[in-house]
Each structure stands twice: as C-alpha cells, then as structure tokens.
Write a protein that binds this ligand. Structure first.
Ligand code: 5GP
Ligand code: MN
Length: 335
C-alpha cells in the first residue's frame, strides 16, 4: 500500500453530533465532479433534512463546476450553487475531496465565519485538512460513508437520498466492477434500492450515457494508443476535442476502457484543457498502485484510480508522466 501517514479519524458519532448541533451548514464537493461528488453532496443534504427540520437556506450546497448534464436527474440537483453564499456557517462539510485545492474557489476558510470544517472522504491520499476528519479508504465511495452517517445521525434514507447515494456507489465502482466491491457494498446497495433507487436507470444515465461526439473523440484518441512496458496511454488535445465536437469530460471512462487491455497493468489519459494544462486520469489493475504517481504530481486518488493536473503542453506532460507510469507498471518485487 502507500506510505502516506494516516492520522486519527474522528468517530462517526462525533461527526454526526457536530452536524446535529450545526444550525447553518455549507456542504461542497470537488471540481470536475463525478457521480460520487454530486451524489454524496445531494445525498448528505437529503439525509440532513430528514434528521431534523432547519429553516430555508440553512443548508447550502456548492460545486464550483456545477452539476454535469448526466447527473441533473438527481433529486435536488437544481439546488447546487457554483459559489458559496455568504457565511457565517456553523459547519462546512467537504465531500470526496482529498485536498482543499480540489474544492476550488468555494473553499475559502476566511469566509466561513469560524465554522467547523468536516472533511468526509474515501481517498487514501486525503490530507486530513479538516477540524474533524472522517476518511475511510475502505469505502468504495464517499456516498457509502453518507449511508453510515445517516445511521449515526440517525436519519431515515428516503427515496431521494437513496437515488443520490446509489448513484455515487454505482459510478465510483464502475457499475460494481471494481476490486473493492464486497458483499457489504452490495447489501448497502440493496438497501438503497429498497428505499426507492432504480439501479438500471442510474447505470443507464451515468455509465452507459455517451453522446456520439464523445465517442468520436474516443475514436480519435484510441487511433493513437501509446505503449511502453506494462503501461498504455492516450493523449487528447484541444484540437481533437474541437474536431470531434466533444464536451468537457468526454474522456471520462476512457482510461478504464484502456485498462481493459490485457497488455496494460496501468493506463492513463492525458487531456490538455483550454487553459493549457493537462488533466490526467490514471487507472491500474489490482496489484499496481497509481495513487502514488498522482500524489507525486500534486494530485491524488485511490490505488486503482487517481488523477492530477500538470502544466502543458501535452508533449511536456507526457515526458514527465510516462516514466512514472511505466515504473508503476513494474511489480514491486521486481524493482
Ligand atoms: P478520474 O480519473 O475519474 O477523474 O479520477 C480518478 C480518481 O482520482 C478520483 O477518485 C478522483 O477524485 C481522483 N482525482 C482525479 N484528479 C485529481 C486531482 O487533480 N487531485 C486529486 N487530489 N485527486 C484527483
Ligand atoms: Mn469518490
């Protein structure tokens, strides 16, 4: 595993108690949000509402990049703001973010008015930046932690919360296909289905969903697969994105797809954004760890899925990243 020190977690009961006694709560998730970021953000809000009534506006939900199209079916998605309303807050809950940079502009402690920052996450690379920290790398999704938090509050998980939380679990496990899916995860998911979440609808809207222009971009990228040792990667330029007419985030899922190749122990997608930076997604087969690669490049994530952003242009990023990627493909006992 990784050499990252793991400070003490706050007991979940203490997190629950801090939330019960907080009048005004600001919750936020990471930039470039995925299903677990938005799912855990909205799921937490529904759970807090069923734990006890608060006046209107007492719970604010923020994601700097807003809610991507394919997650707008989530109950309450329209309530997500891109900027934090004025404080003061009693508690600020950060979700699915291993460091504060990942939260973007809304994370401004000087504007929180003395709030208790509660860091809830499942990334092994979490930097424990909160006043209270509940980080469980054994959880498949931050949304899975929110289910445990609901039980600790205690709060009922009604259908709205269940849809959001099952979305987080189903997307972060790529439809229950990752190596960390245990009977516990499936039992939790059954519980969310029994509470009213439609699993096949969630999978269709999030994991199967793929506009044709996104597929066109995949075609361009996959037409030039690069390979060295046990590493396979592709590069996506702004020109390729323009040629395909693809939206931001069109590459999501591409790194996992590439990892399906038997030749690849590790895979990466390097994608240059319009600001000239290169966003990188890393994936690895069990037994290989890409969380350390991402952490070394200023990002973070999990042993099997991680990411970071490095300065462009693409060729420079590739020259910097590929040696680390190839090294990560070498089994530890062969180094
Ligand atoms: P994805 O490749 O799906 O964007 O991200 C894979 C995993 O790495 C996710 O768990 C995501 O939260 C994490 N990740 C991706 N990019 C970054 C980054 O720039 N910083 C950090 N800390 N984590 C990242
Ligand atoms: Mn997650």
């Amino acid at each position: 595993m990784t050499a990252i020190p793991q400070p003490e977690n706050t007991a979940l009961a203490e997190v629950a108690s801090a939330l019960r006694s907080a009048g005004r709560i600001l919750a936020m998730c990471h930039i470039a949000p995925d299903g677990d970021a938005i799912g855990s953000l909205l799921g937490l809000a529904w759970v807090l509402r069923s734990a006890g009534a608060r006046p209107p506006g007492a719970i604010a939900l923020v994601c700097a990049d807003g809610v991507p199209e394919q997650y707008r079916y989530l109950p309450g998605a329209h309530q997500v703001l891109t900027q934090a309303p004025p404080g003061p807050w009693d508690a600020v809950v950060t979700l699915d973010a291993s460091d504060t940079r990942r939260l973007g502009d809304p994370y401004r402690p000087e504007a929180f008015g003395g709030a208790t920052v509660i860091n809830v996450d499942h990334h092994v690379t979490n930097l424990y930046f909160g006043d209270l920290n509940y980080v469980d790398p054994g959880a498949v999704a931050t949304s899975e932690i929110i289910v445990a938090l609901a039980d600790a509050l205690p709060a009922e998980i009604a259908s709205e919360a269940a849809i959001c939380l099952l979305t987080g679990i189903a997307t972060d496990t790529l439809g229950f296909r990752t190596s960390n899916v245990t009977p516990r995860v499936l039992l939790t998911s059954v519980r969310l289905m029994q509470a009213g979440a439609d699993l096949s609808d969630i999978i269709a809207r999030t994991l199967t969903y793929r506009p044709l222009n996104d597929m066109r971009l995949w075609g361009l990228a996959l037409g030039d697969i690069r390979q060295a040792g046990g590493a396979a990667w592709v590069a996506v330029s702004p020109e390729m994105r323009a040629r395909a007419g693809a939206a931001e985030g069109a590459e999501s899922g591409l790194a996992s797809f590439l990892l399906g190749a038997p030749e690849a122990d590790v895979a990466a997608v390097l994608s240059e954004n319009t600001a000239g930076n290169v966003e990188i997604s890393f994936r690895s087969k069990p037994g290989f760890d890409v969380s350390e690669v991402a952490l070394a490049l200023g990002g973070g994530g999990h042993p099997q899925a991680s990411g970071c952003t490095v300065p462009g242009p693409l060729a420079a990023a590739e020259a910097r990243v590929v040696p680390l990627l190839v090294a990560a493909a070498t089994p530890r006992n062969a180094r």
